[in-house]
Design a protein around this ligand. Structure first.
Ligand SMILES: *[C@@H]1O[C@H](CO)[C@@H](O)[C@H](O)[C@H]1NC(C)=O
Ligand SMILES: *[C@@H]1O[C@H](CO)[C@@H](O)[C@H](O)[C@H]1NC(C)=O
Ligand SMILES: *[C@@H]1O[C@H](CO)[C@@H](O)[C@H](O)[C@H]1NC(C)=O
Ligand SMILES: *[C@@H]1O[C@H](CO)[C@@H](O)[C@H](O)[C@H]1NC(C)=O
Length: 399
């Protein structure tokens, strides 16, 4: 026990040193579990270690799209999914080492701050710390003790209304004179409330919470579902559903072919899963909905209000409107007007010495250059079509 304590202290010292070197202007150094201390010996095995606890996962390909009108083709089980590597369940990506390290966030409110997360959900406190009732590692005397104060001789004296934790005798718990109800605990002197993971209900007192909800099952303990007869849990999923062959992520199968989506999600035929839903499809397809109500805008677009809108670097002026990335349109015709400004009649007016050519303002000398490549000729052909419907077409009632 002693030698473990000593080596821990040494490790801590090293870790602090490493962090101070890495972050010269660091705030108070903080001790997280499993600090990575690279050494020469380690670099060889590093690559191998990085592969550990990696799992494959399929993610809808729409989440990868960054440009409008260029959907990705997935490399997963269907073209609508990408197969990527992620940390397996119970592990998380360490932001410094990029390795997958055990995750203690489910069992420890501060993810094993002041301790080592040895395995998923197994937090071991550093020496001089103790696990409190909620799984957090807290200081012990002589530094401090929760709910009390330290005597010089190293014992913890509880504040009035608190009693020493019976098991560890290293911190104080609030005391409630009468016993708390089921799934309740004493949260302050004389005050009972639901234990973590439980919620108060009007009729049944404190009831466990399961997120996502259990579907065709009953929540019997925090995040533990018991399925109704005839319903099953698929591997890696904690929701009870009918047997089915559709993915139905973010939902649960009602029957063999019917997927019931969670609130904020909508069924998508391509992925056979529920995808998050955003107002107006993020501005009529100018972005990707990555979580319910959260858009990630495509390149050249920006988020405004509920959706994504094309972004023009310059101002389009009082008579113009940003129609496409860096392309203003003049109101009301929506005639395109690159490098010009829109006049009150909705026409593109060019700076002195330039002429309006299809969709832009050009110096006479630039005119010839514009048509040299095929790509450009194609562009102008398309633009002519657009200008025809924007301006001329409306006289013939075509648009
Ligand atoms: C599939 O594509 C994704 C996204 O481009 C990439 O990260 C991943 O490595 C690819 N997976 C395979 C198995 O090729
Ligand atoms: C520590 O000091 C307090 C206050 O003087 C005393 O009540 C307590 O018995 C002492 N504990 C030990 C283990 O000596
Ligand atoms: C399904 O995929 C097709 C082909 O990629 C695409 O055209 C269509 O918009 C997709 N449907 C939905 C609802 O995303
Ligand atoms: C005209 O527009 C193009 C494309 O937006 C830009 O690269 C260029 O700098 C502009 N020229 C002038 C004179 O504003």
């Amino acid at each position: 026990m002693h030698s473990i304590g000593n080596s821990l202290a040494l490790l801590l010292g090293l870790a602090l040193l490493a962090m101070i070197v890495a972050m010269p202007e660091a705030e108070t150094p903080q001790l997280f579990g499993d600090i990575h201390i690279p050494s020469d010996m380690e670099s060889l095995s590093l690559t191998r270690e990085r592969q550990q606890h990696l799992c494959q996962r399929e993610v809808p390909v729409v989440f990868f799209q960054t440009q409008k009108n260029s959907p990705h083709r997935g490399n997963g089980s269907t073209i609508f999914y990408h197969r990527i590597e992620v940390c397996c369940l119970g592990y998380r990506r360490d932001p410094y080492s990029h390795r997958c390290v055990p995750d203690c966030s489910q069992s420890s409110p501060d993810n094993c701050f002041n301790g080592f997360c040895r395995a998923p959900g197994r937090c071991e406190c550093f020496a001089e710390f103790v696990r409190n009732a909620h799984g957090a590692c807290i200081h012990t005397c002589p530094i401090s003790c929760q709910g009390g104060r330290c005597y010089l001789n190293g014992t913890c004296a509880c504040h009035p209304g608190y009693v020493l934790d019976r098991e560890t005798r290293l911190y104080c718990r609030p005391h409630c004179a009468q016993a708390c109800g089921s799934h309740e605990e004493c949260v302050a002197p004389g005050l009972c409330d639901c234990s973590p993971g439980y919620r108060r209900t009007d009729e049944l007192g404190c009831q466990p919470i399961c997120t996502p909800d259990c579907g065709y099952g009953k929540c019997v303990a925090p995040n533990q579902c018991e399925c109704f007869p005839g319903f099953i849990k698929r591997p890696q999923r904690n929701v009870c559903e009918a047997e089915c062959h559709i993915n139905c992520e973010n939902g649960f199968c009602e029957s063999r072919y019917k997927c019931q989506c969670r609130e904020g999600y909508r069924y998508d035929l391509n992925t056979t899963s529920c995808l998050p839903e955003c107002v107006d499809d993020c501005g009529h397809g100018n972005g990707v909905c990555i979580a319910p109500g959260v858009c990630r805008c495509f390149e050249g677009h920006e988020g405004r209000g509920n959706g994504c809108h094309p972004k023009c670097d310059g101002s389009c002026g009082p008579h113009g409107l940003c129609l496409l990335p860096n392309i203003c349109g003049c109101l009301p015709s929506q005639q395109h007007c690159l490098n010009g400004s829109c006049d009150a009649n909705g026409h593109c007016s060019c700076p002195k010495g330039q002429t309006h050519f299809i969709d832009r303002c050009l110096k006479p000398t630039q005119l010839i250059q514009q048509l040299v490549t095929n790509e450009r000729r194609l562009h102008f052909n398309q633009q002519l079509g657009y200008e025809f419907s924007a301006l001329i077409g409306r006289y013939f009632n075509l648009s």
